[in-house]
Ligand binder design. Structure first.
Ligand code: ADP
Ligand code: ZN
Ligand code: ZN
Length: 726
């Protein structure tokens, strides 16, 4: 038997691939190799060496070349990835591919990790001293005189720096140099004196540094969770170690990035999906070299190598953005815990509205809970008021109480936020003559009217159609928008408050890269304003002059078939409400609903999130739903419904013997909650068990068998472990 390499290749197949070792070099686990694959070549990661191949040596191909003399992925990451691929029942190659930045999945030399920075030349310093430059050029000279900076840092400070840089470089006043290792920014802000609760949290986690221990930091919005993270990160850095800080979305958190950089005075790598691939690869490599001390990033940053790991923090741990919804469907929070265990470091999960999963883990003694109950300083929690819409005359969906409260806020020179989680002008366009309504031909769901763009858009598949002038069915001219989206609310509020700026913040108004930042910058100033926004505004932005939050149109969440809808709604309401009154001014929250007596709303307002979550957890336990039951969802879609049905039926048949033995519960095959999407029919099969181990033991062979089913070739299918939307 020849000694062979077992290699992970980035393909959606449930196997690893065997190759003979390359002619030169010693391939080790974690090294990349270039191998022949199909009719071409592929870069893979060596998972095992010296394995005995089931295939005869004569049939094995030889790896073409070894790309890394020293393994690129260290032993810890290799171990964690193997676990992760097994846990999420994913194609192992896809798990490894997720862990490597795209630029490192190519047959190219590793990029130089030292980025270039802009610095003043001698002539540049003289020009600055002589005051010979004005405007943007002068600002850039001043900024670089303080410290040489890279493109990303300059972009944060002077968004329009590029033109000035071009002029100054042409004049020989600035130049690009390699960043020196000690060119880290100096800390410019001091930490506040921590409150007693913050101290207690820092001490509790601090006492566990050096071993694995999960913590849940449960603290209301604005209670100073970020200060706890920073204090712990400072401690970890002082010990010469690295910290990983995960946030749900960086685009929405430029303030956090700035805050971390200005506080810590060590190199902070920021990893997010808008990063150029070369930059991402360099940041990843600097982390792997131990040079990057703090890694701040979104979901995929959970795969960053941490050879000197000290701490992992997952901020807003309840956020759905941590779950990857395609390909390798991992959950970054859960993966962070796997890594914390393998690395032997504490994992700190933080949220004002913890997920029921994490609360159940606290209840079971697996996580230790830490609480921040007070807001520092004199910040009072906002007053919440329910407005019963049933007896009110509504103006574009807004009640008189709400409009009066907005008027009060702007009269005091303060800002008000009207929250509506729906983009566009109206969710439905209806013909009053014949009852026709605009529907997506590919999803059979109503199209959303976007009035400014004069289009009908499907929010499920992005189908676009021109706005018809007459009813396509009866030719009547009176097509009426039904319901309100943010665009319509913006219009109504602008008409009602002509002297106050009305700003809409949703995916449409912030499509341009810096638009969101610019809008936030305008709002951080003093002066009255009315904001209309979606979910994007629910995340932690400090808007000191925002004192009123009005939540409209959340009733859908009270009647959803999705068992997680109540949890999500409670989190959303509490997070949005938390935007009000963050600074010295007290906040007020208005919740407009047709169901003022709904028990969830009542309890949430009377007793707060913790009590509501406890109740929801008790419900989940009594009806045996996650986190007390474990689920795996098989999804399939195809243009023809018969193909979906045939595949799910075969998959079901193949599972039956194991299901009977292991007492698995199977629901389906059945149509997905949205049975048609983008022209494809969708179906699913849900498998449940009370024990994760039992579920996995039964499903592992099944998962491998699925791709061998002939019917699998006619559908697109995926397995989702712990699915978050059914
Ligand atoms: P969270 O992350 O829980 O939303 P932050 O850490 O962002 O809270 O804190 C909210 C605000 O309170 C910030 O402006 C922060 O600077 C301030 N803050 C936090 N802790 C303290 C403290 N101990 N003393 C004074 N101000 C604090
Ligand atoms: Zn009609
Ligand atoms: Zn559609």
């Amino acid at each position: 038997m020849p000694s062979v390499l077992r290699v992970a290749l980035p393909v959606p197949l449930p196997t690893l691939f065997d190759y003979l070792p390359p002619a030169a070099g010693e391939a080790r686990p974690g090294s990349r190799v270039l191998v022949p694959f199909g009719r071409g070549k592929a870069v893979g990661v060596v998972v095992e060496t010296e394995v005995e191949s089931a295939l005869g040596g004569a049939r094995l191909k030889q790896a073409l070349r070894l790309l890394d003399d020293t393994p690129l992925l260290d032993a810890e990451l290799m171990k964690t990835l193997a676990w992760a691929a097994d846990y999420w029942l994913g194609a192992p190659g896809e798990a490894y591919a997720n862990a490597l930045p795209l630029a490192l999945r190519e047959d190219k030399p590793l990029p130089d990790t030292h980025e270039e920075v802009w610095a003043l030349t001698v002539a540049g310093r003289s020009a600055l001293d002589a005051g010979s430059r004005k405007g943007g050029s002068r600002r850039l000279l001043e900024t670089l005189a303080a410290a040489p900076l890279g493109a990303a840092e300059l972009h944060e400070r002077l968004p329009d720096w590029r033109d000035a840089a071009r002029r100054l470089a042409a004049a020989g006043l600035i130049e690009r140099v390699r960043r020196e290792a000690d060119a880290a920014p100096q800390p410019v802000t001091a930490a506040p004196a921590l409150s007693a609760e913050q101290h207690a949290a820092v001490d509790a986690v601090g006492a566990e540094l050096g071993r694995f221990q999960p913590f849940l930091l449960d603290g209301v919005t604005g209670s100073g969770k970020t200060e706890v993270y920073l204090a712990l990160i400072e401690r970890v850095i002082a010990e010469g170690k690295q910290a990983l800080l995960l946030v749900p979305e960086i685009g929405l958190a430029p303030q956090t990035v700035r805050r971390v950089r200005e506080r810590l005075g060590v190199p902070v790598e920021v990893l997010h999906s808008n990063l150029a691939e070369g930059d991402r690869a360099r940041a990843w490599l600097r982390a792997r070299d131990g040079e990057a001390r703090v890694i701040l990033g979104t979901r995929s940053a959970v795969f960053t190598p941490l050879p000197r790991a000290g701490l992992i923090v997952v901020d807003e741990e309840h956020d759905g953005a941590y779950k990857q919804q395609e390909g390798f469907r991992y959950h970054a929070r859960d993966l962070a815990l796997l890594r914390g265990r393998a690395l032997g470091v504490p994992v700190l999960l933080g949220s004002a509205t913890p997920s029921l999963e994490s609360l159940a883990n606290v209840e079971a003694g697996r996580y230790r809970a830490l609480h921040l109950r007070a807001r520092p300083g004199a910040i009072r929690p906002p007053q919440v008021q329910i407005v019963d819409m049933r007896a009110q005359r509504l103006e574009h969906g807004l009640s008189p109480t709400l409009l009066a409260a907005v008027a009060d806020a702007v009269a005091r020179g303060e800002q008000a936020l009207v929250f509506r989680n729906r983009r566009g002008y109206a969710p439905v366009l209806l013909c009053h003559q014949c009852g026709w309504h605009a529907e997506c031909p590919r999803c059979e769901h109503p199209l959303t009217l976007h009035a400014g763009r004069r289009q009908l858009i499907c929010h499920h598949c992005d189908y676009h159609a021109r706005l018809p002038e007459h009813c396509p069915s009866c030719d009547a001219p009176d097509l009426k928008p039904q319901g309100q989206g943010t665009e319509r609310l913006e219009e109504a509020l602008a008409a009602r408050f002509p002297d106050t700026p009305v700003l809409r913040i949703d995916r449409e108004t912030t499509r341009r890269r810096d638009a969101f930042d610019e809008l936030l910058e305008r709002l951080r100033g003093e002066g009255p304003a009315i904001l209309v926004g979606t979910q994007m505004l629910a995340k932690g932005h400090d808007l000191p002059n925002l004192t009123l939050v009005a939540i409209v149109g959340v009733d859908e969440g009270l009647h959803s078939v999705d068992f997680r809808a109540s949890e999500r709604l409670a989190q959303l309401i509490v997070q949005v409400a938390g935007r009000a009154g963050r600074a010295s001014k007290p906040g007020r929250v208005i919740l407009q609903t047709h169901h003022p007596d709904h028990p969830l709303l009542r309890q949430l307002l009377a007793q707060g999130y913790a009590a509501a979550a406890k109740e929801l957890l008790a419900e989940r336990r009594s009806v045996q739903l996650p986190p007390y039951m474990h689920q795996v969802l098989l999804r399939a879609d195809a243009h023809q419904r018969e193909h979906v049905e045939a595949f799910l039926h075969e998959a079901y048949g193949m599972l039956l013997p194991a299901a009977a033995q292991a007492e698995l519960a199977i629901a389906g095959p059945m149509p997905a909650p949205m049975p048609l999407r983008a022209g494809r029919h969708r179906g699913q099969l849900l498998v449940e068990a009370g024990s994760r181990a039992v579920l996995h033991a039964a499903l592992r062979p099944w998962a491998r068998g699925l791709s061998a089913l002939p019917s699998a070739r006619r559908v697109r299918w995926s397995l989702d472990v712990d699915p978050v939307d059914l």
